[in-house]
Ligand binder design. Structure first.
Ligand SMILES: Nc1ncnc2c1ncn2[C@@H]1O[C@H](COP(=O)(O)OP(=O)(O)OP(=O)(O)O)[C@@H](O)[C@H]1O
Length: 578
C-alpha cells in the first residue's frame, strides 16, 4: 500500500468475485474539431424511447410484483404457522421457496425492463432527446465551440451528440436549474458529457482542475433519479465514491442543493466518525456519496444495499483505481446493479497505468477530454503560474517564511495560502513553525481527528484562517474559494498529485499561483515535472533541467510500467533515489 493510501484509506478484504469482471476493450471513433458534420443533421442524432419503461415491461413488472406479494403473504403465513406447529414446517419451507422464486422473477423482470425496451445507450432507463433548437444550430457554430474549448470526444458507438453549449438546451426541470442559475454557460466538460450521460452512456471525463466536473456528473445523476417513476425510486439508485472524506462532503453539499427541489435524498458516509450517527441518516437515501472504506463497511454489515445503484461515479478516478483503493473499488462496483449500470470516471489526470483497468468496469465508454490533450497526457491548468525553485532541504524553512511574509503583506494580508507537505509529521512541524512566527494557520492531515480536520477546512474556507498546512488529503477536488497561492514545501510522490495540489488555486476560470521547492531527493520526478511545466507554457529553471528529462511512467501492478523519454532535451546521466 502506498504512503498516501495508508493515510486516507481503510483496509478491507478483497472480493475475488469482483476480479472476474469482464474486460471489454473496444476500438472507437473520435470526434475532434472539424469532424462534427454528422451533428449538423438532426436525423443522424440518435434518440431513445421517451419513457423509462415500455407497456409490456410495466405489465411484466406488475405481474412479478403481484407474484412476489402473494409469496410474501404465503411466507409470513408459513412463518407464523411454523411457529405454532412443527408439522407444518414442510409447508413453510415450500412457501419460502416460492417467495424466493417470485423475488427472482421480479429481479429478472426489472433487469430486462432496463435493457430490452431501450437502445443500449439507455441501459439504466435514461432517455435523451437533443433539443431541436440545439440540432438547428449551424454546424459552424458547433465546430467553433469544439475548436475553441479544445474538446475531444471518443465514442465507440459514434452517437455524435452535440455539446450542450447553453443551459437552455439542457433537458432538466426548472427546479433542478437552481445550482447553476448563477453561471453564464456550461463549462466544456459539462457541455460535452451531459448528452452522453443523459443518454445513459458510460463516460470517462478528463478535464483540468477546477473545471466543473462535479456538476458534469451531478446534474445527470439527479435527473436520472428524478425521472424514475415513484414506484421505482425506493432504495439507493446512485453511488459516488471519492478518495477523501472532505471531498466526499463537498460533493454531497453540491448534490444536496440539486437534489432538494427534485425530491432526491442524498447522504454522505465517510470514515473517522461514529458509524451510528451515519446509519441513522441512511433511511430513504437515493444517492450515497462515500469514501470507499466506510461504504464497504456499511455494505458488508447490511446497512447499505447497493444492488439497485445504476449510476456509479468514481470521482478522482485515477486515484480510486490506484493500488491503495483498487480492491475496495472492485468490491463496491461488484455490489452495485449487475446490469443496466452506468459507470462514470472523472479526473484531471488520467495516467496510462489505470486506463485499461478502468475499461474493465465500463461498457463502451465515451471518452471526453478537454484541452489540447486528446491522448490524455498529464496537463496542469494553464491559468496557474507555476514557479519551481531548486534548493537544499536546509533552505526550505527560511524560504517558506520569506514567501509567507511576501504573500501576506499590505492589502494581501488575508490572502488564502495553501502549504503542502508530504508527511503528517512534517505538516505538524511546519504548521507549528509558521504559528510561532505569528501567522494565523491551521492544519489538515491524517494525524488529526476528523472534527479537527473539518474545523480547519471550514476556517480556511471562511477566511478566518488564511494559511492552511496540508498533506495530500487536501490535494484532490477541494474547491476552496480564492486560494491565491499554493506552496509545495515537499514535492508529492507523483507528478499527478502535483497537478492536483496546484489545482487548488486558479479555479473556475480564475488565475492562480503555485510555488514549488524542489530538491535533489525528488530528481526522479524532474522529467515529468518539466513536461508539465512545458505543456502549460511555464518557464523551466536551468537547475531543474540538470536533473535530466527521463520520465518514468508509473506502472500498475496488473499492467506494468514503461518508460518514455521526452527526447528533445539532454539525457539524464543516472538516477538514484535517496
Ligand atoms: N458552468 C459553470 N460556470 C462557472 N463556474 C462553474 C460552472 N460549473 C461549476 N462551476 C464552479 O467551478 C468550481 C470548480 O468546480 P468543481 O469543484 O466541480 O471542479 P473540478 O473540475 O471537479 O475540480 P478538481 O479536478 O479539482 O476536482 C466550483 O466553484 C463550481 O461552483
Amino acid at each position: 500500500m502506498s504512503k498516501r493510501s495508508l493515510e486516507d484509506s481503510e483496509a478491507v478484504d478483497v472480493s475475488k468475485e469482483a476480479r472476474r469482471e469482464a474486460k471489454r476493450l473496444k476500438k472507437g471513433g473520435k470526434i475532434k474539431s472539424g469532424e462534427t458534420s454528422a451533428r449538423a443533421q438532426p436525423d443522424l442524432v440518435a434518440t431513445t424511447d421517451s419513457g423509462p419503461l415500455s407497456k409490456e415491461e410495466r405489465r411484466a413488472s406488475k405481474k412479478a410484483k403481484k407474484e412476489a406479494a402473494k409469496a410474501d403473504l404465503a411466507e409470513s403465513a408459513a412463518t407464523s404457522t411454523a411457529a405454532a406447529s412443527e408439522d407444518t414446517e414442510a409447508d413453510a419451507k415450500a412457501a419460502r421457496k416460492a417467495a424466493r422464486k417470485a423475488a427472482k422473477v421480479e429481479q429478472a423482470s426489472e433487469a430486462t425492463s432496463t435493457s430490452n425496451g431501450h437502445s443500449s445507450e439507455a441501459s439504466n432507463g435514461l432517455a435523451y432527446n437533443q433539443d431541436p433548437a440545439l440540432s438547428a444550430l449551424p454546424q459552424a457554430e458547433i465546430d467553433t465551440f469544439v475548436a475553441e474549448k479544445q474538446l475531444a470526444i471518443e465514442d465507440p458507438k459514434k452517437q455524435l451528440y452535440r455539446p450542450i453549449t447553453n443551459f437552455k438546451y439542457l433537458p432538466v426541470d426548472e427546479a433542478q436549474r437552481a445550482p447553476f442559475a448563477k453561471f453564464e454557460s456550461p463549462t466544456p466538460i459539462q457541455a460535452a458529457c451531459w448528452p452522453y450521460l443523459l443518454a445513459g452512456r458510460d463516460v470517462v471525463g478528463v478535464a483540468e482542475t477546477g473545471s466543473g466536473k462535479t456538476l458534469a456528473f451531478g446534474v445527470p445523476c439527479i435527473r436520472f433519479i428524478a425521472s424514475l417513476p415513484k414506484s421505482q425510486r425506493n432504495g439507493i439508485k446512485a453511488c459516488i465514491v471519492s478518495p477523501t472524506r472532505e471531498l466526499a462532503m463537498q460533493i454531497y453539499e453540491q448534490l444536496v442543493k440539486q437534489g432538494e427541489s427534485a425530491g432526491v435524498k442524498v447522504t454522505c458516509v465517510y470514515g473517522g466518525t461514529v458509524k451510528d450517527e451515519q446509519r441513522k441518516t441512511l433511511k430513504g437515501t437515493h444517492v450515497i456519496v462515500a469514501t470507499p472504506g466506510r461504504l464497504n463497511d456499511f455494505v458488508q454489515e447490511g446497512s447499505i444495499d447497493l444492488s439497485g445503484a445504476r449510476y456509479v461515479v468514481l470521482d478522482e478516478a485515477d486515484r480510486m483505481l490506484d493500488k491503495g483503493f483498487e480492491d475496495e473499488v472492485r468490491k463496491i462496483i461488484s455490489a452495485t446493479a449487475p446490469s443496466g449500470r452506468q459507470t462514470l470516471m472523472f479526473t484531471a489526470t488520467w495516467p496510462p497505468s489505470v486506463r485499461e483497468l478502468a475499461d474493465t468496469f465500463m461498457s463502451e465508454p465515451v471518452k471526453v477530454t478537454i484541452g489540447d490533450n486528446a491522448s490524455g497526457e498529464l496537463r496542469a491548468n494553464t491559468r496557474i503560474v507555476q514557479e519551481v525553485e531548486v534548493m537544499t532541504q536546509f533552505d526550505k524553512q527560511n524560504r517558506l517564511l520569506e514567501l509567507l511574509k511576501q504573500y501576506q503583506s499590505g492589502k494581501n494580508k488575508n490572502d488564502r495560502i495553501l502549504v503542502f507537505c508530504l508527511y503528517k509529521k512534517e505538516a505538524t512541524r511546519v504548521e507549528e513553525t509558521i504559528r510561532r512566527r505569528g501567522f494565523n494557520v491551521a492544519g489538515i492531515h491524517g494525524d488529526l481527528n476528523q472534527q479537527k480536520r473539518t474545523e480547519s477546512l471550514a476556517a480556511f474556507k471562511a477566511g478566518s484562517v488564511p494559511v492552511l498546512v496540508a498533506t495530500d488529503v487536501a490535494a484532490r477536488g477541494l474547491d476552496i474559494p480564492a486560494v491565491k497561492h499554493v506552496i509545495n514545501v515537499t514535492f508529492p510522490l507523483t507528478v499527478e498529485d502535483y497537478v492536483h495540489r496546484i489545482g487548488r488555486t486558479g479555479r473556475a476560470g480564475q488565475d492562480g499561483h503555485a510555488y514549488t521547492m524542489f530538491t535533489d531527493a525528488e530528481k526522479g520526478l524532474a522529467g515529468a515535472l518539466i513536461n508539465v511545466l512545458k505543456s502549460a507554457n511555464q518557464s523551466v529553471p536551468e537547475e531543474l533541467m540538470k536533473f535530466g528529462t527521463t520520465v518514468k511512467k508509473k506502472g500498475h501492478d496488473a499492467y506494468g510500467a514503461f518508460y518514455k523519454d521526452t527526447g528533445d532535451m539532454k539525457k539524464a546521466t543516472k538516477i538514484t533515489f535517496d
